[in-house]
Write a protein that binds this ligand. Sequence first.
Ligand code: PEP
Length: 268
Amino acid sequence: EGTGRFIVGGNWKCNGTIASVAELCEGLNAGEIADNVDIVVAPPFLYIDQAVEALDAKRFKVAAQNAWVEYTLQDPTHHYDSDTGAFTGEVSAEMLEDLDVPWVILGHSERRTLLGEDNVTVGKKVAHARYHGLNVIVCVGESLEEREAGKTLEVIFAQLRAVAEEIDDREHSSWGSQVVIAYEPIWAIGTGKVATPEQAQEVHAAIRQWLVDNVSEEVSKATRIQYGGSVNDGNCEDLAKYSDIDGFLVGGASLDAEKFVRICNSSV
Ligand code: PEP
């Protein structure tokens, strides 16, 4: 069982216009949300500034949906002196730090599967973001095929190990309340097929135990583990009752202010 505050993330993905972001922020500000929940919303890069300006800063923190890291696979000793430079189209953790963007989502399954981010890349990104003082939501999760083959935990532990190997011994980088793990079974993302609360709790408990065995008891207690995958205002309360479900990462329903506010209040 974790000891941290409930934390709900809204992943807006590649959605939005100036008008719709304004409307969504207005709707979020109007929502009555309990004090005991941390809320992080992740607009596309181009709308982060607009969201920061529009949102009630006391209630809502913002996140980027990705951050670039440079590394050389051939030279594992190469560490991130700088991640700015000749990387056309990328946005770096240094830039997020410069703009005071406090959070970043890393390793989302859409980036892993559609854009080929592997475990090593995600581990390096997490370590580098921590190095720049960013809070991280790192996503892990199995495909339907992997679940049916009985490989769920094997897959998730490999994803976690890649993170642990990078952040373990690095200066300024650490586990704890600033690293949130989002368990997002790929078969449940955007499909309307939510994991049962028992399925989610089982994986969350296994992740927590993995942290005890591979990092520390203290970190295991301090780390918030979110569930993500077709969370909505109808299923959130049942999921939130489980002791190892410390919050949610919400895609589709985070674009609807009223639904998202209800999800934020689901642990109350
Ligand atoms: C997500 O992309 O993080 C997610 C959980 O999406 P959805 O809620 O739409 O399934």
